[in-house]
Design a protein around this ligand. Sequence first.
Ligand code: GLN
Length: 190
Amino acid sequence: MPKIGILALQGAVREHAQALADLGADPLDVRVPGDLAAVDALIIPGGESTTISMLLDSAGLREAIAERLGDGLPVFGTCAGMILLATEVVDGRPDQRSFGAIDIGVRRNAFGRQVDSFETDLAITGLVGEPFPAVFIRAPVVERAGPDVEILATVDDEPVLCRQGPVLVAAFHPELSGDLRLHQLFLGGI
Ligand code: GLN
């Protein structure tokens, strides 16, 4: 049973833990560097990327996570988690920092500018069956995706689910819709 860490500093932690438990994986809250040693993969949840960035430093977790990411740790970032894994962030706070683990440029709070939150059905490459119900909450827009980035789903031609090697990122919240297929896809790649 793979042990999946969930960065538990702020945001939608419980919902990811429930999805993982429902799939038979073993979720572990990551709050201090020592927690990382035991995990086979990591989820960085949605929340507020500015706050999570600040808490990464006060918890002493930034270096420890960067090191595991450098060694190819599988990671799934959702919404704020996508921002924290991106190479470039526009409209962030000047002191916010990201891991640069996937070659994308994102703009915070810019997806579907006309509404803060919405739900839509997505066709996702590699998922069979029904479209995926995707919940967007003050979501980042992907303004640039590098040549090695696979785009697995789009909304109005904007990428909303991307993968580069062991790094999977979603602009939306798959843990909120009760559909476990994206967590399953992530676990399948570990
Ligand atoms: N707007 C948030 C941010 O910039 C992300 C929102 C979310 O994770 N639902 O971090």
